[in-house]
Design a protein around this ligand. Structure first.
Ligand code: B4P
Length: 189
C-alpha cells in the first residue's frame, strides 16, 4: 500500500485535493480533522476533549491523535494507497507515524506539501466559514491556527526533507491544475 502524506497550512486545500485523489486513484483516506469533528458531533469523551483545543485554534495533543491514527490505519485493507490528510502536524507525530508504519513493514512514500500564502488562506477560510458552521473558521481562530502552523507544524517539512520524501506543490489557482501536479508526483513514484 502506498502511504502518502498531504500537508500544508490550514485552508491550503488538503481536504479538497484528498477528495480528488480518492476519486481518481481509489485511495483510502484518513483525515484526523474529519475524525475529530465526527467525535465532537457525537459528543463522545474524545470529542469533548478535542473541542476545547479546536475551538481555541490549537492542536489536539499528540498522544491522542497517534492512538486514533494507529486504530484507523489498521482498519484499512486491500487498498492501493492511503492519504494521510492533516496528519502529521508535529514532528512528534511524524516520528510516531514512521514507527507505526515501520512496525507494519512499510513507510511514507511521499509528502505532498501545498504552498499557499497567509492572505489567501485567510480569504478561503473566512469564505468556508460562511457555510461550514465550523468553530475554527473565524478570523481570530484562523490567525491563531496559522501561527500554530508556523510554530509547530512547519518544522515537519524538514523531517520529510531529511527522509527525501518532500514534494512541494503550488497550491493556488485552479483546483484541477493543482491536482495535475499531485497526479504527476504520485505517478513518478
Ligand atoms: P483539518 O480538518 O485538517 O482542516 P483544515 O486545515 O482547516 O483545512 P484543509 O487544508 O483541509 O482545507 P480545505 O480543503 O477544506 O483541521 C482542523 C483542526 O483539527 C486543526 O486546526 C486541529 O485543531 C485539529 N487537528 C486535525 N488534525 C490534527 C492533528 N494531526 N494533530 C492535532 N490536531 C489536529 O480548503 C479550505 C477552503 O479553501 C475550502 O473552502 C475550499 O473549498 C477552498 N479551496 C481549496 N482549494 C482551493 C483553491 N485551489 N482555490 C480556492 N479555494 C480553494
Amino acid at each position: 500500500m502506498l502511504n502518502i502524506v498531504i500537508f500544508g497550512p490550514p485552508g491550503s486545500g488538503k481536504g479538497t485535493q484528498s477528495d480528488k485523489i480518492i476519486e481518481k486513484l481509489g485511495f483510502a483516506h484518513i483525515s484526523t480533522g474529519e475524525i475529530l469533528r465526527a467525535e465532537i458531533n457525537a459528543e463522545s469523551d474524545l470529542g469533548k476533549i478535542a473541542k476545547t483545543y479546536i475551538d481555541a485554534g490549537q492542536l489536539v495533543p499528540d498522544a491522542l491523535i497517534v492512538t486514533i491514527l494507529e486504530k484507523e490505519y489498521d482498519k484499512l485493507s486491500n487498498r492501493k494507497g492511503v492519504i494521510f490528510d492533516g496528519f502529521p502536524r508535529t514532528t512528534t507525530q511524524a516520528e510516531a507515524l514512521k514507527k507505526v508504519l515501520n512496525k507494519r513493514g512499510t513507510d511514507i512514500a511521499l509528502m505532498l506539501c501545498l504552498e499557499v500564502d497567509s492572505d489567501e488562506l485567510i480569504k478561503r477560510l473566512l469564505h468556508r466559514g460562511k457555510t461550514s458552521g465550523r468553530s475554527d473558521d473565524r478570523l481570530e481562530t484562523i490567525k491563531k491556527r496559522i501561527r500554530v502552523y508556523e510554530e509547530r507544524t512547519a518544522p515537519v517539512i524538514q523531517f520529510y526533507k531529511e527522509e527525501d520524501k518532500y514534494f512541494p506543490i503550488q497550491g493556488t489557482g485552479d483546483v484541477d491544475a493543482i491536482f495535475a501536479q499531485i497526479f504527476t508526483a504520485i505517478e513518478s513514484i
